[in-house]
Design a protein around this ligand. Structure first.
Ligand SMILES: Cc1cc2nc3c(=O)[nH]c(=O)nc-3n(C[C@H](O)[C@H](O)[C@H](O)COP(=O)(O)O)c2cc1C
Length: 162
């Protein structure tokens, strides 16, 4: 089974999970980087990121090329922004829509409080699928790391491997 983790991370939490998945399962990683970086501090971070998410923007991404054909599953990882998935994921999903059509898709979300379930619903709608193979929610797994979260990460990786 060959898996690719496609993720966006502003502050490292989603990246932390992506790297654990790679470590534990051998999955490949593709980090999405917007050409114009979102602010990462203070009010501007929530204002510009939140606005971009609410407006369903598709920010231009730094050049990358990936062939999804060799992968059995795609694992989409994102931070929840304004109760939806962070916009760079939308850019990827739109660009790769035809290649994503027949893929098995797993998704995970990092959040501070709430909104992941809504984000999953919006993502499945955007992808045009009824159901993900698996979903998982983490609460700031890097910045608020604790034993419970580490166990949850390990369980998630084990399920991916199973
Ligand atoms: C613009 C913006 C909007 C956010 N909106 C939400 C939200 O609606 N619900 C929530 O629980 N957390 C929200 N957060 C917090 C992040 O989802 C959370 O800190 C996540 O772990 C960050 O992941 P990252 O470190 O990979 O960027 C928001 C953060 C930003 C920057």
């Amino acid at each position: 089974m060959k898996d690719l983790v496609v993720y966006y991370s502003l502050e490292g939490n989603t990246q932390y999970i992506a790297e654990k998945i790679k470590e534990e399962t051998g999955a490949d990683l593709l980090r999405l980087i917007p050409k114009k970086a979102y602010p990462s501090k203070g009010f501007a971070k929530f204002f510009w990121g939140g606005k971009s998410a609410v407006m369903a923007e598709k920010p231009e991404l730094e050049e990358f090329s990936v062939d999804l054909a060799p992968y059995d599953r795609i694992i989409l990882g994102f931070p929840v922004w304004a109760s939806t998935f962070a916009p760079p994921i939308r850019s990827f999903v739109e660009q790769y829509a035809p290649q994503l059509k027949n893929k098995r898709i797993i998704t995970y979300a990092c959040q501070g409080g709430a909104g992941a379930e809504k984000a999953f619903a919006k993502l499945s709608q955007t992808l045009g699928i009824n159901k993900f193979e698996m979903t998982q929610v983490f609460i700031n797994p890097k910045s608020d790391s604790n034993d419970h979260t580490e166990q949850k990460i390990a369980d998630f990786c084990n399920k991916i491997k199973a």
